[in-house]
Design a protein around this ligand. Structure first.
Ligand SMILES: Nc1ncnc2c1ncn2[C@@H]1O[C@H](COP(=O)(O)OP(=O)(O)OP(=O)(O)O)[C@@H](O)[C@H]1O
Ligand SMILES: [Mg+2]
Length: 262
């Protein structure tokens, strides 16, 4: 669905490349995780995909169409994003208003707006909170509402840029559960950015970035076996991966694989 071809980008103030010859493919309905240490270029990649940064080298195709000056605005509508800070993304006084906001802005007729708002809140298990004030929700609940607001726009691609990094473990589990449900429906391409390796296990494809480059990509199993890239990435390894490396054959295993082997 999306093809990045040899993308290079430098910020005006930066002496080095924030993205350095990145080529990447996202298939429709696929869950792709992008992992990397601080400053590895993950958010820059997202900004380029969303059309926020446009002076890059290389080319991007979305649904077979080359992204350019003319179609940038229409293409952007295919994407929705959930950010890191659960407190910075609310505009509505109630959960329901918040989810409806984007639809109203786009001139969606009232009946349809009500239906889509309900559907989106149902999808993230937050319908019963429709009259609540967003600021009084837990971190996980806030991110679920943010996901509902994104889903209500019926995007082809849902991007989560470290959307789990500021919430507690319970909240993270809630968000990942919702992503699994969205993924099972198969309609939405998920781009999930994290620096927590234990959160990639459900993705179809994972990419490790370092200093603006892709240093490894493949299935989660392939990523876990790429010990050189994992060590080079300077990511914190989850406990079960450290255990599997120390106790078993020196390779990293997924949680389930480790349980089985033990
Ligand atoms: N607005 C900006 N101006 C100049 N340099 C920037 C800007 N935004 C990011 N950079 C630089 O570009 C590089 C990539 O940053 P980016 O935000 O894409 O990394 P990231 O992988 O998202 O990191 P994090 O995990 O901290 O969110 C970094 O070296 C960063 O300092
Ligand atoms: Mg970032």
């Amino acid at each position: 669905m999306i093809g990045l071809e040899d993308i290079t980008y430098s910020y005006r103030t930066g002496e080095y490349k924030a993205l350095d010859h990145i080529s990447l493919t996202f298939r429709r309905g696929e869950w792709v995780s992008i992992i990397g240490h601080n400053g590895s270029g993950k958010s820059t990649l997202v900004k380029i995909l969303m059309g926020i940064l446009d002076d890059y080298e290389g080319s991007i195709t979305v649904d077979g169409e080359l992204l350019d000056e003319e179609n940038r605005i229409t293409m952007r509508k295919k994407f929705a994003i959930v950010f890191q800070n659960p407190d910075n993304q609310f505009v509505g006084a109630t959960v329901e208003d918040d989810v409806a906001f984007g639809l109203e802005n786009n001139g969606v007729p009232r009946d349809e707006m009500v239906r889509r708002t309900e559907e989106a809140l149902k999808a993230v298990n937050m319908l019963e909170f429709r009259d609540h004030e967003p600021s009084r929700l837990s971190g996980g609940q806030k991110q679920r509402v943010a996901i509902a607001s994104a889903l209500a726009m019926a995007p082809d691609v849902l991007i989560l840029d470290e959307a789990t990094s500021m919430i507690d473990p319970e909240g993270r589990r809630e968000v990942l559960d919702i992503l699994r449900t969205i993924h099972r429906r198969g309609k939405t391409t998920l781009i999930f950015i994290t620096h927590d390796l234990s959160e990639i296990e459900d993705s179809d494809h994972a990419v490790i970035m370092k200093d603006g480059q892709i240093i490894s990509e493949g299935t989660v199993e392939e990523i876990y076996k790429d010990t050189d890239a994992l060590l080079a990435s300077r990511l914190v390894l989850p406990f079960h991966m450290k255990i599997s490396k120390r106790l078993l054959d020196g390779s990293f295993l997924s949680y389930d694989e480790l349980v089985e082997r033990l």
